[in-house]
Design a binder for this molecule. Structure first.
Ligand SMILES: C[S@@+](CC[C@H](N)C(=O)[O-])C[C@H]1O[C@@H](n2cnc3c(N)ncnc32)[C@H](O)[C@@H]1O
Length: 145
């Protein structure tokens, strides 16, 4: 039988308490988290790297927080898969706007760079898994225009 043990520390600019007694939430900047280095079994981020101006620094910080032999897991987006068929001009324009907006600070397509950035952090055993959602709902182009 699975019995959860251990604790979780979450670090975000914006926090929402989930009411879990083994979760500590702490507000702050991920590049200076104020957490003890080398103490975490797993350091995970999701949809964070597209928003930061120095993603490599963030990954290096995550690496520092992990115990020797620990796991770094980065779950990030790449909008190369965000296609619409048949072609929808409004969708294409929306993606272009998103790309430009993210480029002001980060990179909406950071997913494709994450593997190499982890290699640059000195990791040998970097594994990558992709996931694409396909939606066949009747959402029409007109409804997002
Ligand atoms: C797209 S949201 C993802 C939220 C959550 N991780 C998830 O997967 O649902 C991006 C989050 O990154 C946080 N963020 C952006 N830059 C940050 C930084 N330098 N330090 C800490 N959090 C940051 C923002 O506060 C925001 O909550």
């Amino acid at each position: 039988m699975f019995r959860p043990v251990g604790g979780v520390v979450g670090s975000e600019h914006v926090l929402e308490a989930e009411g879990l007694d083994n979760v500590v939430l702490q507000e702050g900047d991920v590049t200076s988290p104020g957490l003890s280095k080398g103490t975490f079994d797993l350091v995970h981020s999701r949809f964070l790297l597209p928003h930061v101006d120095s993603p490599l620094t963030v990954l290096q910080t995550m690496v520092e927080l992990a115990k020797p032999g620990g796991i770094i897991a980065s779950q990030e987006n790449d909008h190369s898969s965000w296609s619409f068929y048949p072609h929808c001009q409004e969708w294409a324009e929306l993606l272009e706007l998103l790309e430009k907006t993210f480029a002001l600070r980060g990179d909406i397509n950071i997913g494709r760079r994450t593997f190499h950035m982890l290699k640059d952090c000195g990791f040998e055993n970097v594994r990558i898994r992709t996931s694409v959602q396909a939606r066949g709902s009747p959402l029409s182009c007109a409804s997002i225009a």
